[in-house]
Write a protein that binds this ligand. Structure first.
Ligand code: P53
Length: 479
């Protein structure tokens, strides 16, 4: 039997970005301040994004890369034209909440913000590019954090509902694919970035995180309901930072540890895709004395408004051990993982595992039987451009090629249902984890460094031409 090389008809190839990592223009046209603006590059970043160190405004001696980022706010026409040149079928982006509701609790939205995205979506559609919109990609208005404590507060449901209604109404007919919360499980690992949570001394942090998670889960179900009411054509997805855990050895306790780690993440999708809290979570809360305030209406909303598809990011698989003596962790990732001796690592210590993508696709498919969408995948690497800004990024091509093959195997050999694939950071942008600019993922190089110097000039890398062929051949150029 000859192998099929082409992806299914209508497969949505594209790329992904997030507002705070590329737009810049943090204070223009009425935009308010958000958590993602006040996270600096450098040694304190981790303590800040995890909610252990409080930084609610700009402080001296810090550099805040999101303020200007790659200034896509002023370059979006040029950037979308480059995406179109590669043949993108879809472009995943997020809206900045604070462009639309600068403080978060206003009753009337900021027209300048709404007009900006309307124009951006129309620019995409001009080229036949479907926008895939993340409603919140780690951003939360600072006012909602200072006044209400971020997602720990139930009132966030009203503010988020207002945002969603505004978006679904204004962009009806322009946007069909929506994601409610980027990497919703990030709330457990980087709670200030994930949900605007900063902890008080002596507070039960697990309790706060799971209460905030409940609010986000209900908000997500509510958004799904409203999206369907406003336009039955709308498709709403959840979004998980995925990457299956492997047991460190065949010892049963290691398998158990891997299962428990996976459940920490699948917990969220179990609720969003199946509509109910899983028993293992209820039991865990009971054991740990965690009490979540929830109403009967909340549970009804969750039950009756599950997502249309399951999207996720995949960069690496992970390893868990039940042996307290085993501690060698991989570097540079908010997800703690034991080092896997069978895998190569990126320059940031993320382990490269294309078969792990096939494994993850199968695990998610087996669990939910809902269409899936890979909305982030890619290699963060140091690029060295020549004098024309050209980068011969064969390492990136090799990474993406092996992952695309794994996807193809999952589709044709395993029968999973996959809607599309958007690579992360299709244009170089600021790293969420580290705030660096030189951790690059793009097909398009942007002249800017970690300290904010550079002309912001865009140039095409070798991978740009490679991806263009992939899309034009619907995957068949990869043998
Ligand atoms: P950066 C950690 C682990 C998995 C996904 O990450 C993560 C993170 C955060 O560091 O986040 C997603 O930029 C996220 C993007 C982010 C991308 O992965 O640290 O949705 O915003 O940029 C890559 O290399």
């Amino acid at each position: 039997m000859t192998e099929i090389l082409q992806f299914p008809d209508g497969f949505l190839w594209g790329g992904a970005t997030a507002a705070n990592q590329c737009e810049g223009a943090y204070n223009l046209d009425g935009r308010g301040l958000a958590n993602v603006d006040v996270v600096p590059i450098g040694a304190d970043r981790e303590a800040i994004i995890t909610g252990q160190k409080k930084m609610f405004s700009f402080e001296e001696d810090y550099f805040y890369p999101a303020k200007e980022a790659i200034d896509m706010y002023h370059h979006y026409k040029e950037d979308i034209a480059l995406f179109a040149e590669m043949g993108f079928k879809t472009y995943r982006l997020s809206v900045a909440w604070t462009r639309i509701f600068p403080k978060g609790d206003e009753t009337v939205p900021n027209e300048a913000g709404l007009a900006f995205y309307e124009d951006l979506f129309k620019e995409c559609l001009k080229y036949g590019i479907q926008p895939l919109v993340t409603i919140t990609h780690f951003d939360c208005p600072m006012h909602l954090i200072e006044e209400y404590g971020g997602w720990r507060n139930r009132r966030m449901l009203d503010f988020y509902e207002k945002l969603c209604r505004t978006l679904f109404t204004r962009y009806k007919g322009l946007v069909k694919y929506w994601l409610t919360f980027n990497e919703i499980n990030m709330i457990l690992h980087a709670p200030f970035m994930g949900a605007g949570l900063c902890f008080e001394e002596g507070e039960n942090q697990e309790q706060v995180k799971y209460q905030a998670a409940h609010h986000e889960l209900v908000a997500s179900a509510m958004a799904t309901k409203i999206a369907h009411e406003i336009d039955p054509e709308n498709k709403v997805g959840c979004m998980l930072a995925a990457g299956q855990y492997y047991p460190n050895t065949a010892h049963p306790r290691d398998y158990w540890a891997a299962m428990e780690e996976d459940r920490k993440s699948y917990f969220f999708i179990d609720v969003q895709a199946r509509g109910e809290y899983p028993n293992y979570a209820k039991k865990q809360w009971e054991r740990e004395g965690i009490e979540i305030q929830m109403t009967a209406e909340d549970l009804d909303l969750l039950k009756n408004n599950t997502v249309d598809f399951v999207s996720f990011s995949y960069y690496a698989s992970r390893v868990a051990s039940g042996d307290p003596e085993v501690k060698e962790l991989t570097a540079g990732n908010v997800f703690a993982s034991i080092k896997n001796p069978y895998l190569e690592s990126s320059e940031w210590g993320w382990q490269i595992d294309p078969l792990g993508l096939r494994i993850t696709l199968n695990a998610i498919w087996d669990r939910y039987q809902k269409p899936m969408f890979i909305v982030e995948n890619g290699l963060g690497a140091i690029d060295t451009p020549d004098e024309n800004g050209y980068v011969a990024d064969d390492y990136r091509i090799a990474y993406l090629e092996s992952h695309i093959k794994a996807m193809r195997d999952a589709i044709y050999k395993d029968g999973v249902d996959l809607l599309g694939y958007t690579t992360w950071g299709s244009i170089d942008l600021v790293s969420a984890g580290t705030g660096e600019m030189n951790k690059r993922y793009g097909f398009i190089y942007v002249d800017r460094d970690n300290a904010g110097h550079g002309s912001l000039k865009r140039s095409k890398k070798k991978s740009f031409y490679w991806y263009k062929d992939v899309i034009a051949s619907n995957g068949a150029s990869i043998e």
